[in-house]
Design a protein around this ligand. Structure first.
Ligand SMILES: [Zn+2]
Length: 861
């Protein structure tokens, strides 16, 4: 803080002064650029606010956090921050020692807004809330400022906020006012940006992780959302079942207390329609409002009813209803004491509800400052102690990994979770195996023990039914996310106390870079490394030459390289280029002096298209992220691009992301019924799907040599519309008989087939009520490359009806005239998390533009 700062108090311009309307006025919005400017104004003119730019978003916008507290607290911010870090990681600090710290500590509360860009109320609220905290002088505000340090994030998705505001403004006053946007509001993830908060694929999540688990360790995170329009006006915890057993009961009790306190406060102030205990659970880790609870941090979600962006809607009596199986009727209940009666619902109402909840949380935190600090300290200490006293004591990553790149990547993701990773100083012996010095070890004696366990162990989801023998109670989200399974990484759980000297790991790389043999005839790159594909893609793009692979096992020195191993001829400056790529991507590139006369394949740079529907597909977005990360070039194809036809002239492979047949063909959304009067429709240009013309174009594409890659539900499109010889055996099965809500299942692979090159014989796949196939007799050879065995395939999550899967195919390569259709009956690239199966998708793409070579020796040397 500099002395030139002025405390202007009430004279600080309000948002209304600056923008010319009250926040939340009908049909009026401020965009991200305006919000950024306003926060900088507050920073300049108030001694109660420090605004920090944490970094840039995916599309390069500034990502902001405002630190708001009393003038005195902000003057001593470093001091309070260091206290917070000590409480967060207390080691074996004694109670006496802690007393002084806990007395002095300020409560730290993160208020995170607008991760879902169309849930726009909170972004508009942000400036008003900040202005009020900066200017109000009443005793309640003073109490909050004196006791609490607020970390306010005005939007967790600034790119999306800007897009949504621009789209809305463009259509205000037209029949399209308030209609959906025809593209994802996060460049890669759309709504799924709020499924990333334990995996940290996205730039925005990574910026948040630094504040949560490195810089600040808030005791409370309050994350604001909006839901549909016709239920309660505001949801606040308690959450519904099931309880995640890794989470400390103290924490859940505090969450319950805090939620009920908000209900009571809001009732006092005349707010109606506030509910608790419906639909939203705290079992799944990936969302902003809950991911902190595995770190002993209270995670509070609120969900306000939505208007139509900034357009008010009228809810007649009788239009209101409950959602979720806990609430069959819209009526008075213990956890819904005062139902809202209906009427106009406006953006301003949302801001009022959200602000009231925020003040209630901040005020309660101020009141019980020491209780929250003490419990945070206690839970962190308990976690460390439990890690020392209770199995599992540690996780070991054996140095021999099928894909060392994925193992490295997993450690990076754990690091984003604030998990400390170590290497053994000496040989480490466990269960009869000796792991060499330098082996990666993750001890459980850490404050975030719940997170470590939950990320690395298989999930066991309770078999919850809506009534005895009834259908399953749908979970909030996926039920299994075990990182080693998703990523194909081997870990060993240590069930005896860890006695080893450890040092903090300063790098997560498994294989050190090696020199390259400049005189070699060619270079071999093993396909089991995920990053081998990034190397090959960069090579093909920049060198504009082809790559090869062997179709037989290839012996060199004492090593045998399996069929599918990639081969790059040593021509021109290949040696120096590959040496650089090898070091960048941590993939060994081995020179061989002589190529044997084995059969092989030549691959050219594939021309890849991805279907991008105007009704938006998050799976499409995640697919782009995976392809970008591994340097695949690709083009987005819209309905008209597909309908234009002649696709085989332009593309070698086309991906249909996980979407149902009606969505692809007719542009029908998964949710919501037929439009009626008053519901804005998208502009004509963005309506409909690929239509009959598009179906014919895709069929012609395949017949003329193209590779059509269908993922998840899009396999049904290939079966229904292109008539490929397969049946989805799960299509008509009821959830009561078969249910796999985001679970991880085991399949067998034929890894001699080019689609499964580089893969182990078995793998875990992500299944979210995905299809499984019975292949039909055909006039060509059809390859069942991946299939379920007769054993129960459940590895993590929840599965009802495993017998429905027995023996069925989940990955098939079906030739159709000159081309082929590849059916992926699972989330091969799901949410950009399934590193263990990415290669299957990469293989499908890479094998879309190939020719056979009789002898690699003659071709290359
Ligand atoms: Zn939301």
């Amino acid at each position: 803080m500099t002395s030139s700062r002025l405390l202007i108090g009430q004279s600080l311009p309000s948002p209304e002064d600056i923008f010319g309307f009250r926040m939340g006025s009908d049909r009026q919005l401020i965009d991200w650029n305006q919000i950024v400017d306003y926060f900088h104004t507050l920073d300049r003119h108030s001694d109660r606010i420090i605004v920090q730019e944490l970094g840039k978003t995916t599309l390069g916008k500034p990502f902001l956090m405002a630190v708001i507290s009393s003038e005195n607290n902000l003057r001593n911010l470093d001091h309070y921050q260091s206290i917070q870090k000590r409480i967060a990681n207390p080691g074996d600090m004694s109670r006496e020692e802690s007393q002084e710290l806990l007395e002095e500590a300020r409560a730290v509360v993160m208020v995170s807004l607008n991760i879902h860009a169309t849930e726009i109320g909170s972004s508009q609220e942000s400036v008003e809330l900040a202005w009020e905290l900066a200017t109000q002088t009443d005793p309640k505000t003073r109490k909050i400022l004196d006791n609490v340090i607020v970390l306010l994030m005005p939007s967790l998705n600034p790119d999306g906020l800007q897009m949504v505001v621009e789209w809305y403004r463009k259509h205000v006053g037209t029949p399209h006012e308030g209609c959906s946007m025809p593209w994802l509001y996060h460049h890669y993830a759309g709504h799924d940006n709020n499924r990333d908060l334990f995996f940290f694929n996205l730039q925005e999540s990574r910026l948040v992780s630094r504040i949560l688990y490195r810089d600040w360790f808030p005791e409370i995170v309050y994350d604001q959302h909006q839901m549909g329009s016709t239920g309660a006006r505001l949801f606040i915890p308690p959450y519904v079942d099931p309880v995640n057993l890794n989470v400390h009961p103290i924490l859940m009790a505090e969450i319950n207390m805090l939620g009920k306190h908000v209900v009571s406060d809001m009732q006092d102030q005349g707010f109606t329609g506030v509910e608790t205990g419906s639909r939203f659970n705290a079992f799944f880790q990936g969302v902003m409002a809950r991911t902190p609870i595995w770190h002993n941090i209270l995670g509070i979600l609120s969900e306000a009813a939505s208007a139509r962006i900034a357009t008010p809607i009228y809810l007649p009596r009788g239009s209101l209803q409950q959602h979720g199986p806990e609430r069959p009727r819209y009526s008075h209940r213990t956890d819904f004491l005062d139902p809202w009666e209906g009427g106009w619902w406006r953006l301003r109402d949302i801001i009022e509800y959200e602000k009231a909840a925020t003040y209630s949380i901040l005020h309660l935190t101020a009141t019980y400052r020491k209780k929250f600090a003490t419990n945070f300290f206690t839970m962190n200490r308990d976690a460390i102690k439990k890690g020392k006293d209770e199995s599992p004591y540690a996780y070991i990553l054996p140095p021999e990994q099928h894909d060392p790149n994925s193992a490295t990547e997993m450690l990076k993701r754990l690091d984003f979770n604030g998990i400390a990773i170590f290497r053994s100083q000496d040989d480490l012996k466990y269960a009869g195996v000796t792991y060499p010095q330098g082996t990666f070890v993750i001890p459980l004696a850490q404050p975030c023990r719940p997170a470590i366990k939950d990320l690395l162990e298989p999930q066991v989801y309770p078999n919850m039914k809506q009534y005895p023998d009834g259908p399953p109670t749908p979970p909030y989200d996926f039920t299994g996310w075990t990182l080693p399974l998703q990523m194909g990484v081997e870990i060993v759980e240590m069930k005896t106390p860890l006695r080893a000297d450890l040092m903090p790991a300063d790098s997560y790389v498994f294989d050190p870079a090696r020199d390259i043999d400049v005189a070699a005839a060619a270079y071999i790159i093993e396909r089991r490394y995920n990053n081998a594909y990034a190397i090959v893609n960069e090579w093909m793009k920049n060198q504009k030459t082809d790559v090869y692979w062997t179709d037989e096992n290839l012996r060199h020195d004492r090593d045998t390289y399996p069929s599918g191993s990639l081969i790059v001829p040593n021509r021109g400056d290949a040696a120096s280029v590959l040496e650089k790529l090898s070091a960048t991507y941590h993939v060994p590139v081995t020179g061989i002096s002589q190529l044997p006369p084995v059969r092989g394949t030549r691959a050219r740079r594939p021309r890849l298209g991805i279907y991008q529907p105007w009704i938006t597909s998050m799976d499409e977005g995640w697919t782009r992220l995976v392809l970008d990360n591994f340097r695949f070039e690709h083009t987005s194809l819209h309905n008209e691009d597909i309908q234009d036809g002649k696709l085989a002239d332009k593309y070698d492979a086309i991906i249909l992301p996980d979407m149902g047949t009606e969505a692809i063909v007719e542009g029908k959304r998964r949710w919501g019924g037929e439009p009626y009067l008053g519901v804005p429709e998208m502009p004509e240009k963005y309506r409909g799907g690929i239509d009959k013309k598009g179906v014919e174009a895709l069929l012609a594409f395949v017949k003329n040599g193209g590779t059509l890659i269908t993922i998840g539900r899009a396999c049904d499109f290939a079966i229904d519309k292109l008539k490929v010889p397969a049946v989805n055996v799960l299509k008509e099965v009821k959830p009561k008989d078969y249910y796999a809500p985001g679970s991880l299942l085991r399949i067998e692979l034929d890894n001699t087939h080019p689609l499964a090159h580089g893969m182990p014989k078995q793998t875990a796949i992500r299944v979210a009520n995905s299809p499984a196939f019975r292949l039909l007799p055909y006039n060509r050879e059809v390859h069942a490359v991946g299939y379920y065995t007769d054993d129960d395939p459940l590895l993590s999550g929840w599965l009802i009806g495993s017998e429905k899967l027995e023996g069925h195919t989940t990955l098939a390569d079906i030739p159709v005239e000159k081309g082929r259709v590849v059916l992926f009956g699972f989330g091969v690239q799901c949410r950009a998390q399934t590193y263990g199966t990415f290669k299957l998708l990469f293989n499908a793409i890479l094998s879309s533009r190939i020719e056979s070579v009789e002898s690699l020796k003659d071709e290359i040397e």
